[in-house]
Ligand binder design. Structure first.
Ligand SMILES: [Zn+2]
Length: 303
């Protein structure tokens, strides 16, 4: 049988599948309900019962033991994703290492003390290099990748710059999250409502990717480098969406809308917020989802 070519029109593939399925059914071979020849249902093995381990039906899973581990394999073994039922959260990440693929979201936090020590000031920032201090910085690997991306964009006549890079736990708490809650209360909201609304718009301290030093907000010349929901429709936003994976970045909150946070990422869609993962993972994600796959789906960590 010819190898299935995903680039070919699917219609023949489906027709072929229907034929095979009907043949199998008429021959009395159980497909969906275990093995009808032995009458046994498949016994769960550790690999299909453990939460975040290899699932052979998952196209991302490396099942060949002789194969080099992929970036995704390394990411999955480099972090404890276990959720504590009492808190609904994973353990805080405390140690900064060279796992550039750490998952940080509403259920996977960073410790207050988490701060990379390999940060450098990014060359292309909106306010002028270094003027804002830490928020003009990224971890070296992400800074270099971003600078390459800016230079490649410029060659295509597209001008982009970073607005914000690193944000400390304290910055996130004192200058963003707490301010948001306070403003909401000022609008007459109850404490509970003020917090719920703040959670939709702003990450709690420890839950912002900006604290990793691997995420940044990007603006384009057409909109004077502002952070805007229409960034995705500008020529700069389109260029970023099409090319950022080539430099190791993904647009992060692709399952949200302007109003509603994504179910998996937990945040509203921000076309300007990009995250460094490395070229291998970012490219694989782009190939699989055309820019619409969330990082949570790619890793298979869907809590
Ligand atoms: Zn951001």
């Amino acid at each position: 049988m010819a190898r299935y070519n995903p680039r070919k029109k699917n219609i023949l593939g489906y027709a072929g599948l229907v034929v095979i399925l009907s043949m199998a059914l008429s021959a009395g071979i159980g497909i969906a309900f275990g093995n009808s020849e032995t009458g046994k249902t498949p016994v769960p093995t550790p690999s299909n019962t453990a939460n975040n381990t290899a699932d052979p039906s998952d196209p991302n899973t490396n099942t060949d033991p002789n194969k080099e581990p992929t970036a995704r394999d390394k990411a999955l073994s480099g972090q404890d994703f276990t959720i504590d039922p009492a808190t609904g959260m994973a353990k805080e990440i405390k140690v900064v290492d060279d796992n550039y693929m750490i998952l940080v979201n509403r259920t996977h936090p960073l410790a207050q003390t988490y701060k990379p020590d390999d940060m450098v000031t990014v060359k292309y920032v909106v306010s002028g290099v270094g003027k804002k201090g830490e928020t003009d910085q990224l971890r070296k690997v992400a800074a270099e990748a971003f600078e390459q991306m800016v230079e490649a964009a410029a060659e295509d006549g597209i001008n982009i710059k970073m607005r914000t890079g690193f944000r400390s736990y304290e910055y996130q708490r004192d200058r963003l999250y707490d301010v948001e809650v306070k403003n909401n209360k000022g609008k007459g909201m109850s404490e509970e409502k003020a917090i719920a609304e703040a959670d939709k718009a702003t990450a709690r301290p420890g839950h912002s990717e900006h604290q990793t030093g691997l995420a940044l907000d990007v603006g384009g010349e057409s909109e004077k480098y502002a952070l805007s929901y229409s960034f995705g429709e500008t020529k700069e936003g389109k260029w970023v969406a099409e090319h950022c994976h080539e430099y190791g970045f993904i647009i992060r909150y692709v399952d949200g809308t302007k109003k509603e946070p994504g179910k998996l990422t937990g945040y509203v869609f921000e076309p300007w917020h990009i995250r460094y993962l490395g070229v291998e993972a970012a490219t694989e994600m782009y190939q699989q989802g055309g820019g619409k796959l969330t990082y949570e789906e790619y890793l298979g960590i869907l809590d």
